[in-house]
Design a protein around this ligand. Sequence first.
Ligand SMILES: [Zn+2]
Length: 138
Amino acid sequence: MIEKLITRLDGVKNMGHGRYTAKCPAHPDKSPSLTVAEKEGCVIFHCFAGCPPADVLAAVGLTFADLYPENPSYHKGQRSAAFNAYDVLKCLAREAGIVTLAAAQVSTGHPLTAADADRVALAHERLRDAALLMGIRL
Ligand SMILES: [Zn+2]
């Protein structure tokens, strides 16, 4: 699913672990401001210059529905939902679980490894971006 977005962007750099940076298509971007990540089928992206996610997608001719495809049996031919809320909630539940696990780890006096800290940072990004997708500013 991430290829759909990545192939439409300029200056894409693979950062490893399913993470990419690219030039944001929604504003005149000299240095790559856009981060894109996918894990377990969930595509999340963020422009550090503050472009709304919908603008970033619109600039490359995509919509949320392209990144979060509807379950075809879910709406029985009706195409009104922007994305599959069930999949988004599943993704959020997983991210919240990661943050909870990390909090439990730290609260028992065990520091996070660098890899775990990176994963928690990604979870935070996804939760915040999901809120942005819903029009909520945290
Ligand atoms: Zn931007």
